[in-house]
Design a protein around this ligand. Structure first.
Ligand SMILES: C[S@@+](CC[C@H](N)C(=O)[O-])C[C@H]1O[C@@H](n2cnc3c(N)ncnc32)[C@H](O)[C@@H]1O
Length: 302
């Protein structure tokens, strides 16, 4: 089946989940079903729950996974909402391959590309809040915060000024022109600003935090969690959360003695360093180049 998205770190992801046998596998970011299909194929006793907030992606994945229909359930919601409903299930694996799919990025109508006539960037088209609101209606301080925190571009004040002075901005194409007038000369420097607006529109970092926290809530002894991220802001969140979960003692570092009981460890970090794509994968799929996979094994009791 021709697919609009190539799953990244596919073999490495399958390897991470190697020990799972039965129960449910939760794919928090089903997308076009590439990872899910491989999981269903490799683990014949696993049932899969595929979550995605994007209806178009889900329709595609439903067709792709139709031969496994008796082993798959679909939930068209934000992962943070869907995961809450899964408490009590026997869950063996959870995967989150966060961010946007190639289809969302490449389809001009979805309004993510630099030259799109739309100004949108919503993963979930039922959501009302879009890039139009951020670009045209955020006050200066809010716009500066979004650009500073999510693009880490030091020119955030000037960029926010230019955006505000040139309102209304009606398309990504116009936004690109304004950013270029603010001194961003090429696609490489435009990309982080587009990324910043996209993160704000989809509340991506908050979602990632919730995916991690709810995963911990629904995990049982032996559940493996794998998370694939695409930029340092996301990877930092995952790295720090896994570190926190792996700590026995959660007392403040300046505490004189342990008062937390020292039994707070939730499990084991499976990836001391993040797993990154091979040269060959990057050559075949350049978009994979910034991907990082981290894994955690929940143990209870430890
Ligand atoms: C990188 S793609 C996943 C691709 C998928 N692993 C595959 O092999 O086709 C990310 C997908 O997750 C969805 N997504 C991202 N964050 C989400 C969230 N918090 N809740 C639900 N869906 C989300 C996006 O709509 C997109 O379709």
């Amino acid at each position: 089946m021709d697919t609009p998205h190539i799953p990244v770190l596919l073999n490495e992801t399958l390897e991470l989940f190697n020990g799972i046998k039965d129960g449910y596998f939760v794919d928090c970011t089903l997308g076009f079903g590439g990872h899910s299909e491989a999981i269903l194929e490799k683990f014949p006793n696993i049932k899969l729950i595929g979550i995605d907030q994007d209806k178009e992606a889900m329709e595609f994945a439903k067709k792709r996974l139709s031969k496994y229909s008796n082993r798959v359930e679909f939930i068209n919601k934000r992962a943070s909402e869907a995961l809450k409903e899964l408490k009590g299930l026997n869950i063996s694996g959870i995967l989150a391959d966060v961010g946007v799919s190639s289809y969302q990025l490449d389809n001009k109508k979805r309004g993510f590309t630099f030259d799109s006539d739309e100004l949108d960037m919503r993963m979930n088209k039922d959501q009302e809040f879009s890039a139009k609101d951020v670009v045209n209606f955020y006050d200066k301080e809010s716009l500066k915060r979004v650009i500073r925190e999510y693009s880490e571009d030091r020119r955030y004040k000037k960029i926010a000024d230019f955006i505000i002075k040139n309102r209304p901005i009606n398309s990504n194409r116009e936004l690109s022109e304004v950013l270029m007038r603010a001194g961003l000369k090429d696609k490489k420097s435009l990309a982080p600003i587009f990324q910043a607006i996209r993160i704000e529109v989809n509340n991506e970092l908050d979602e990632l935090n919730k995916i991690l926290d709810y995963s911990k809530e629904i995990a049982k002894d032996g559940t493996i969690l794998g998370v694939i991220t695409f930029h340092s802001l996301e990877d930092r969140i995952v790295k720090n959360k896994f570190k926190e979960w792996a700590r026995k003692c959660i007392c403040p570092s300046d505490a004189i003695r342990c008062e937390c009981g020292g039994n707070n460890q939730k499990g084991i970090i499976l990836t001391k360093k993040p797993i990154t794509p091979s040269k060959e994968e990057i050559k075949n799929n350049p978009r994979s180049r910034s991907a990082k996979l981290r894994g955690f094994l929940f143990r209870n009791p430890l």
